[in-house]
Design a protein around this ligand. Structure first.
Ligand SMILES: [Zn+2]
Length: 396
């Protein structure tokens, strides 16, 4: 018998209106409902701002490219099993991209770079695609279409260790803000066979950088062979679901291969290193994990609905509608639950996951401030809307 998991994201995610699937779209291709789209936007805004403050420039690139691009990147010879077959358009072959790295390498290469521009940090929240078989697909954790928080740092080889460490700082900051705890850190090394680039000297150099950073940070980790990218070793930050199944959320990788393949350089005939990193991974897996960790009671900045306005009776409806408008104008995701939907107790129960429950009775109409009830049942008293809105911002 399959173990019943309380916070299984597949059940809870649909109940909470976060995502769903339709056989006509296809398995492994979930769509985001309004509650999920609101969470996604909050996460995107947070990560974008975190990256911006830490020296990243954001770019956008297409979700497909010519077959030759992936032949050049090495995906074609090492990663083709996971890629969708090419589409033939007027004699040219296009492939849904399996990763964003090749596009970013070309953005680096579009003009000559000087050492003063390095480290050049590019970030993008973009789509990438995996041709998973239908049998293994489910919910948001195994999907064919991934919205990846990705980034590539092009730097001098001697800057790579500092960049890896800075990426780990970002990951740890984001996890703390999201309420996520890592199950463990994994140093993912190459395995045998043709899935990995055959260049022992290159692998030894890139592994040494990751080991140095982990040691310097005093970070406990476990090594695992065969789990690296085809082009280089990775530090994977593993998370576990309520059943104990592990997966990789965030990752930092050192790559000396793609700079070679794309003939990247900077003035003086030098070859940069490429640090690939994802702070929060794919948004699908992240949101699945957040649903399971928080059971739907998300931190206020992430909650699909942050405030619900609860008039005691119809008499307070105009004041409640006015308060709702003020909440929305202040930046809160808010909704109104009028008295015709049941008793106050019933409406509070129906909105028990909403962080701020704003009760409006005759006294609150007079004062112009709502009586704020928190999710745990405690009373925060009369609080100005602007203060709640400030509390509910992604970055404080
Ligand atoms: Zn990459």
């Amino acid at each position: 018998m399959e173990r019943i998991i309380m916070n299984d994201h597949r059940r809870l995610g649909r109940e909470l209106g976060i995502f769903d699937t339709d056989p006509l779209i296809g398995s492994g291709l979930p769509y985001w409902l309004p509650a999920g789209a609101a969470m996604r936007k909050a996460i995107e805004d947070y990560v974008h701002e975190l990256e911006r403050r830490n020296g990243y420039q954001h770019v956008n690139s297409p979700v497909l490219g010519k077959r030759e691009l992936y032949e050049r990147s090495g995906h074609w010879s090492h990663y083709a099993d996971d890629m969708f077959p090419p589409m033939n358009v007027g004699g040219e072959e296009f492939v849904l991209r399996p990763s964003l790295c090749p596009h970013h390498a070309l953005i680096y290469r579009r003009r000559q770079r000087s050492h003063r521009e390095l480290p050049l940090r590019l970030a993008e929240l973009g789509g990438q695609y995996r041709s998973e078989l239908s049998g293994v697909l489910g919910g948001l954790t195994r999907v064919r279409s991934i919205s990846l928080n990705d980034g590539h740092v092009f730097c001098a080889p001697e800057q790579a260790a500092a960049e890896v460490s800075a990426a780990l700082d970002l990951i740890e900051a984001a996890h703390a803000r999201l309420g996520i705890r890592a199950a463990r850190y994994r140093l993912s090394l190459r395995g045998d066979g043709d899935k990995f680039v055959d260049d022992p000297v290159m692998w030894a150099r890139s592994e040494a950088v990751l080991r140095e950073v982990l040691k310097e940070r005093g970070q406990p980790y476990e090594e695992e062979r065969g789990e690296s990218a085809f082009y280089g070793p990775k530090i994977d930050i593993q998370i576990a679901d309520p059943a104990g199944r592990e997966s990789t959320l965030s990752t930092v990788q050192v790559d000396l291969y793609m700079p070679e393949r794309f003939d990247l350089g900077y003035v003086g005939g030098h070859r940069p290193a490429m640090v690939h990193r994802s702070v929060v991974g794919g948004l699908e897996r992240l949101v699945a994990h957040l649903i399971e960790v928080h059971g739907g009671a998300f931190p206020a900045w992430l909650a699909p609905v942050q405030a619900v306005v609860l008039p005691l009776s119809d008499a307070e409806l105009p004041a409640a509608e006015d308060l709702l408008r003020r909440c929305v104008a202040a930046g809160l995701r808010a909704e109104l639950a009028p008295a015709d939907r049941g008793s106050l107790g019933a409406r509070i129960r129906a909105h028990r996951l909403v962080p701020y429950q704003l009760v409006v009775g005759p006294r609150e109409v007079a004062s112009g401030l709502p009586a704020v009830r928190l999710r745990d049942g405690s009373q925060a008293g009369e609080v100005p809307i602007e203060r709640l809105a400030a509390e509910a911002r992604p970055l404080i």
